[in-house]
Design a protein around this ligand. Structure first.
Ligand code: KG4
Ligand code: ZN
Length: 330
């Protein structure tokens, strides 16, 4: 049962966690929302600077909360990509320093794999085969894990904006606040989801790619044509369109691969409507749905540490010359 400390700084959350096998000993997450909110999106340079400032403090908190001696750690894991290059480099440098000082092996983790492992933390008995939908600010990936947790087949991905990016951009159009996902979700609560029939792209049978750019443009046209339109109705109709696409394509993927198990993770998986619609579909079609609690869906280091546990067991370590890769994929 290895104990792994992980560092996650790929975007705008500074996080350090310590995980022992499937048990989270600590998972400290500091969001930079208030720093980036005035700009309506993440400013990469500011993100990196704040990671640099906050990482030592977050690290101390995580170690104190876990109540373990640092020498009891088996390894140091860190997100090496994908993400913002400056932000990634801050976390990677910090983790390399720790690895060197503690004489513990260093493990480089793909952030997307971390999102998948959030489900393993929440559901320790989860095993392959399963379909995974990872929906975040930077990614919308539909994958099939047939046997190995580390080697998925990519079934589809977005050809333009990620689902979370669409939420963030539409929130900006609606002047709803940042980050866009929770802001749209709040507005949509009292809106009419059937008021606007926004387009759903690439819905032809067999196409498991996603496209959200047209949907965003449709919202823009609707707003410019009717300046007095109810923002709540626009938000609710937009959210419904995104959720329908995500659920329909994931279910198609499950049918295509004859797989009854579905994992949904990433920031957008914190969305209530998405969670509800997946649960409904699961009941209707007899599927098993695994969606981690919200705190493990959005960026956090516990999911990176859990992926690190798996990599540790396979002795997949990296050298101190490992570099960050902002475009890392599977
Ligand atoms: O996974 P994550 O924390 O960071 C990335 O790896 O990108 O995802 C952040 C994204 C943002 O685009 C945010 O607007 C979206 O997830 N998000 C949501 C919700 N909470 C966060 N989208 C829809 N509904 C939510 N409740
Ligand atoms: Zn993420």
């Amino acid at each position: 049962m290895p104990t792994v400390l992980a560092v996650e700084t790929s975007c705008d959350e500074t996080s350090v966690a310590i995980v022992k096998d499937n048990e989270i000993l600590s998972n400290v997450v500091l969001s930079q929302i208030s720093i980036h909110a005035p700009f309506g999106g993440v400013v990469p340079e500011l993100a990196a600077r704040h990671h640099l400032k906050n990482l030592p403090v977050i690290f101390d908190q995580a170690v104190k909360q876990a109540k373990i001696d640092l020498l009891a750690l088996d390894a140091v894991a860190v997100t090496v990509g994908p993400g913002l290059i400056g932000a990634l480099l801050v976390g990677l440098s910090f983790a390399k320093g720790l690895s060197l000082a503690l004489k513990k092996p260093l493990i480089g983790v793909n952030h997307l794999l971390g999102h998948v492992y959030a489900a393993k933390l929440a559901y320790p008995t989860l095993s392959t085969p399963f379909i995974a939908l990872i929906v975040s600010g930077g990614h919308t990936e539909l994958m099939y894990f047939s046997e190995d947790f580390l080697k998925p087949k990519v079934l589809g991905r977005t050809v333009d904006d990620a689902a979370g990016e669409a939420f963030d951009k539409v929130a900006r159009l609606l002047d709803a606040g940042y980050p866009g996902g929770p802001a749209i979700e709040k507005l949509a609560k009292t809106g009419d989801p059937n008021k606007f029939d926004f387009p759903k792209a690439l819905m032809e049978k067999g196409n498991l790619n996603f496209s959200f750019a047209g949907l965003k443009t449709a919202v823009l046209y609707t707003l410019s044509k009717n300046p007095n339109v109810s923002k709540k109705d626009v938000a609710a109709s937009f959210q419904k369109a995104v959720v329908e696409v995500l659920v329909e394509k994931t279910v198609s993927a499950a049918k295509q691969e004859r797989c009854r198990r579905i994992v949904v993770s990433g920031g957008v998986a914190a969305n209530e409507l998405l969670r509800l619609e997946f649960e409904k579909k699961a009941q209707e079609l007899g599927l098993e749905i695994y969606i981690p609690p919200k705190s493990l869906c959005t960026d956090n280091a516990a999911m990176i540490a859990r992926a690190g546990v798996e990599l540790f067991e396979r002795e997949m370590f990296c050298n101190l010359d490992v570099n960050a890769d902002p475009n890392l994929s599977f």
